[in-house]
Ligand binder design. Sequence first.
Ligand code: S3P
Length: 426
Amino acid sequence: MKKQVIPLIEPLKGEIEIPSDKSISHRAVMFSSLADGRSIISNFSKGADCVSSLNVCRGLGAEINYLDDKTIEIISDGQLKAPVSELNCGNSGTTMRLMSGILAGQNFKSILTGDESLSKRPMRRVIEPLELMGANILSKDNKAPLEITGRHLCGIDYVSKLASAQVKSCILLAGLFADGMTSFTEPSKSRDHTEKMLQSMGADIKVNENTVYIKKSKLNPVNFSIPGDISSAAFFIAAALIYPDSEIVIKNTGINQARTGIIDVIKRMGGQIELLNMREENGEPSADIKVSYSNLKGCEISGIDIPRLIDELPVIAVLATQAEGQTVVKNAEDLRNKEADRITTVVNALKLLGADIEELKDGFVISGKTKLKGGCELETYHDHRLAMSYYIAGLVCEQPIVINGFEWSKISFPEFEALMEHLKVG
Ligand code: S3P
């Protein structure tokens, strides 16, 4: 689907409620399927990725019913059943990597498949540690489809070179079914929703700085209301910061410490952003975020910042084109392994719009502030975050732009355009 984005002529104003966090939704449906009893998850994501996780869990025998359009009940006896067909993870890396950990320790065989983009993404990062635990996984060049024959697993102490919540979660989930202790150490802290949720469901899990320890455990069912997704809020935050006179409030947004890198970076850039009504449920904090148009200045984003804002980097690149001076993003090489190579694609797209941006092997350098020209067509390459980041860039261009494949935004955020329209009329 081609989407034309017309530049804004009025500031963004008003309040919106941001939809459910994708990372937490995946975990909620998967972990509840492993618990013995009935769990109720409210504010479950409507994004296609989380629906893929839900369908995979159904394929493994969990009974999952919608009580209303955002509330699901999950009924399970705590034992997954052998699937009768392949388990389709769609576009979702989180579904494939987390499910690999769960399936490696079952007593049946399963096959995880994915769409064209997911079938090109690296799975070695989970296959290698799972094999060290005793898993049996067949793949073609460490890519999907993955044929997993469940086995008896043994705990390992795994030191990862990558700060990745998907890899960490995969190993911790395998650890739930493994003999002995499993530990996972990462170079800097990635999102910790798995640790928090497993803890609240009664798993034997401990965290010490960048290491997590887990032992074989049974999970209790949970009732949980999922906060809004800061990675979705990021698009509106960026738009309000760069269009003069905008001022918006984004309600009920998750502000887990491992996800708020974007807020810290905006403050570093001189952006006006405030957290209101802070609260917490099941260890997950949330707040309303107030953000206003700001004169931004460039900054460096690197090292421990990166896992705390990895998904926001495409829209941060758009933001940086509207900041005075240089913004340097480094140590983000794993951006090349997302739904698309988010370094080359972002650099090429922003260049086409007229930005001053240079590609690095592990990031990019942007010099601003540049008036973006627009008047061109951009490709999304099956990548939801590129689709929405380009939309935000289109709002501050001189000429309309066309985004080819805008429907990919539905992977995480089907409500994006409706909420944007709401802020446009203030
Ligand atoms: C996610 C972890 C991150 C992130 C992805 C969701 C998760 O991936 O980019 O969108 O829910 O665990 P990596 O673990 O590959 O960094």
